[in-house]
Design a protein around this ligand. Structure first.
Ligand code: UD1
Length: 374
């Protein structure tokens, strides 16, 4: 029996580990041990994803919580070293590009434990993004690389990784989407509004396809008072043409309060701020939307699968396949209004689903693990 530690820490990791855990539970030769670092810890950033995606409770929770990057990374490393020494795994698998991903890879690698990175090789080539640093660190010391698209393979080959270590097996996030779409679509789209004593309900207050979804949480966009103010003004202007629903990330909401932007937000009656959503409601919300305006990574992939126009307010993306093949477009803050106008008059970008984004990635990964000889 081989022991595999699977690491998850932050919200976007949970939909990636869910299908893998399901495929590994009860496996004859591989025993998974799930470690949650506790990078995300609120019920709506963590707990409800475990419930909805039916992920078994973590075997170990490091409960590191929020802190500066250095402190959070150090806490994860300290906790995870103890776990590795006690559990003595044969391999550690990390997913994505969050601080937990890089921290646990460093620990395992220094203890001589083989590491597998799922979602390897993605590059924004923008080192101002903490995630890009995490990707570079993780990929420079991992032993096995599982990729989601061919551009990632090319990046790794260019960086000197040999082809025998790279496995393009598709997209686990899409496994979760495929497995849960029907359930998601039966979730109720009724949301309590933040700071207002009322609810909004899709289908009652406005119709399917007649609203846009916002998600913003990147430090470049929301940590600087001027760029956040510009964004709020843009959201406000768009909301005068089509209602906007924003499940607000805690980081963004804290900055809105800190920069005194609440009154401005309240002055736009059709700009609806709600709590971060669980998986089912969020997927349902974007599936029925006219467009998504975002700075997220994973949402670029989910909208591509669902073929919903996605405007990504970033100068670059580590997921270029969503632009080449999918419904995603990179835009500047100053172009938001023009781009939304285009969508409203029917000029939407639509695309196709990238290779192997088919709901069967977890099966392919388990097969690869069975054959792995490291
Ligand atoms: C992290 C990831 C980012 C990912 C995002 C998804 C890194 C470097 N960043 O960013 O790649 O896209 O998760 O959400 O790993 N907070 C809470 N409750 C929580 C978690 C966070 O209130 O459960 C607040 C805290 O004030 C915290 C802030 O949100 O300081 C930011 O959280 P953090 O985990 O540091 O980074 P994210 O912005 O969530």
């Amino acid at each position: 029996m081989k022991k595999l530690i699977l690491v998850a820490g932050a919200r976007p990791n949970f939909m990636k580990i869910a299908p893998l855990m399901h495929a590994l539970l009860g496996h004859q030769t591989i025993k998974p041990v799930l470690v949650h670092t506790g990078q995300h810890y609120d019920a709506n950033m963590s707990g409800q994803f475990f419930e909805e995606l039916n992920i078994p409770a973590p075997d170990i929770n490091l409960e590191v919580g929020s802190a500066s990057h250095a402190v959070q990374t150090a806490r994860i490393m300290e906790g995870f070293e103890g776990v590795c020494l006690r559990e003595k795994p044969d391999y550690v698998m990390v997913v994505g590009d969050v601080n937990s991903t890089a921290a646990c890879t460093l620990v395992a690698s220094k203890l001589g434990i083989k590491t597998i990175h799922y979602e390897a090789g993605l590059r924004s080539n923008d080192r101002s993004m903490p995630e890009e640093i995490n990707r570079l660190v993780t990929d420079s010391i991992s032993d096995v690389f599982i990729t989601t698209s061919v551009d990632a393979d090319e990046n790794l080959l260019r960086e000197g990784i040999t082809a025998d270590k790279i496995h393009m097996l598709g997209n686990l996030m899409i496994d979760s989407l495929v497995a849960n779409l029907t359930k998601a679509q039966s979730s109720q789209l009724v949301f309590p509004l933040l700071n207002r004593n009322s609810n909004i309900q899709i289908g009652k207050d406005f119709f399917e396809g007649q609203y846009g979804v916002l998600t913003f949480h990147r430090p470049n966009n929301v940590d600087d008072p001027e760029s956040l103010l510009r964004l709020v003004q843009m959201w406000g202007k768009i909301s005068e043409q089509i209602p906007l629903i924003f499940p607000v990330h805690p980081r963004t909401y804290k900055n809105i309060v800190k920069f005194g932007l609440q009154t401005l937000i309240d002055s736009y009656p059709s700009l609806f701020f709600i709590e971060p959503l669980g998986y089912f409601q969020f997927i349902h919300l974007i599936k029925d939307s006219k467009f998504t305006l975002t700075d997220s990574g994973g949402i670029q992939e989910e909208t591509t699968y669902l073929n919903i126009p996605c405007l990504t307010v970033r100068p670059n993306t580590e997921r270029p396949v969503t632009v080449w093949e999918g419904s995603n477009k990179l835009i500047k803050t100053s172009d938001i209004l023009t781009e939304v106008q285009q969508i409203l008059v029917g000029n939407c970008k639509r695309g196709k689903i990238p290779a192997f984004w088919d709901g069967h990635t977890a099966e392919r990964i388990v097969k690869m693990l069975e054959d792995l000889n490291i």
